[in-house]
Design a protein around this ligand. Structure first.
Ligand code: ADP
Length: 200
């Protein structure tokens, strides 16, 4: 039997946390805020439409979350990825999820290009699934593992890009889940989420 987790809804606070890294102060937008979740744990256990992968340019699997996704999906994922001509930094490519409970995997090339590339990676990891009528997407904390991007900056890019995408496209998505594998990342999201998704 597959192991699965409930997605917890985080209690978002009304006011910004006071942390200087939470500078941008967004308006309350119910349609956007109600679609955000924080999940702490293993992204490969989520039974949703699409999980984003912190893939490398070859899409052929390595360590970290990519390794976990390929282990869970099985060899057919590697086989399909081998037909896709890789994935440039900032782009996203969609594949089956095979042995995973998610319907599809969206592989994003996040590393190697700084904040702009990471922004494009998040944007395309939302845009590609929505073009394919997928309505729930989960993200690991892309670029903060092997690639070594500073987690606070990576979380800021993640939250800002998702907020901006949902502002324009909230009717196309039911839920965007930030998946924190490390306790320190969970704490970062908890600190920074209220500034990007303030509650009314
Ligand atoms: P990158 O090259 O983008 O840094 P990594 O896979 O090394 O890729 O790390 C990206 C993030 O994925 C890190 O925050 C790491 O803690 C997290 N991570 C690793 N394994 C998992 C997993 N099974 N589920 C969710 N997140 C994971």
């Amino acid at each position: 039997r597959r192991e699965m987790y409930r997605i917890d809804f985080i209690p978002l606070e009304k006011s910004p946390s006071g942390d200087s890294s939470c500078k941008p102060w967004y308006q309350v937008n119910e349609q956007v805020n109600k679609k955000i979740s924080l999940f702490s744990g293993d992204i490969t256990k989520l039974e949703i439409d699409a999980i984003a992968n912190a893939a490398n340019k070859t899409l052929l699997g390595s360590g970290g979350v990519d390794g976990a996704i390929h282990r869970g999906a099985g060899p057919l994922l590697r086989k399909e990825c081998g037909t896709l001509n890789g994935c440039e930094t900032g782009e996203a490519k969609i594949t089956g999820a095979y042995g995973l409970p998610a319907k599809l995997v969206v592989g994003g090339g996040g590393g190697g290009g700084g904040g702009r590339a990471l922004r494009n990676c998040y944007y395309n990891c939302l845009h590609t699934p929505t073009k394919n009528h997928l309505r729930t997407v989960a993200f690991p904390c892309i670029s903060t593992g092997v690639y070594g991007y500073p987690p606070d900056q990576a979380v800021e890019v993640a939250l800002r890009t998702v907020r901006e995408y949902l502002e324009q496209n909230h009717e196309k998505l039911d839920r965007v889940i930030f998946c924190a594998f490390l306790k320190s990342d969970k704490e970062l999201y908890e600190t920074m989420l209220p500034a990007y998704f303030p509650q009314g």
